[in-house]
Design a protein around this ligand. Sequence first.
Ligand SMILES: [Zn+2]
Length: 174
Amino acid sequence: MTLRPILIHPDPRLKAKTPPVTEITDDLRKLADDMLQTMYEAPGIGLAAPQVASDARMLVMDCVKDEHIPPRPMVLINPEVTFTSERMNTYEEGCLSIPDQYADVERPAEVTVRWLGLDGSEQEEHFTGLWATCVQHEIDHLNGKLFIDYLKPLKRQMITRKMQKLKRERARAL
Ligand SMILES: [Zn+2]
C-alpha cells in the first residue's frame, strides 16, 4: 500500500463530477487499499477518490471511533442514495482537503445507500448518526461538491483564502 497525497482546496479536480466505474480492475483495488491507508494515516473517517486526484467514482470510510470496537473499513463504488430521512441532523464537519477548518452542516439524519463492493456485488445499507453524515459528505465529493459549499458565501470565501495561503506556504516549504 502507498500513501497518496491529498489534494487541498481550491483545486479544479475537487470540483469535477466523477463518471461511474465500469470495471473493477486491479488498479481500482490498489487505489481502494491506498485510499484506506491514506485515510487512516491522516487521520480521517472518510476519503473520496477525487481527493487523491483520481476520477474513480469510489469512496472509503470507517466511522468507528471507539478503540474497543474493531475497525470497519468500507469501500463504496458508484454509491447512490436511495432514501433520505425528513429528519435533519447538524454535525460540525471537516475535510482532509480543507485542513483544520470546521463548520456546522445540516443534512438528512438517515440515508440508505446502494453501491458496488470491490468484489462487484451490489450492497445496500441504512446509515444513521456519524455514518450518515460521512457517507453524504463523501458522495458529495464524487459530485464535485465540498462541505463549504453549504456555508454562506462570506464564510466560504474566508476558508478558501486561508487554504490558498496554506498552499502557498506548503509550496515554499518544498
Ligand atoms: Zn471531505
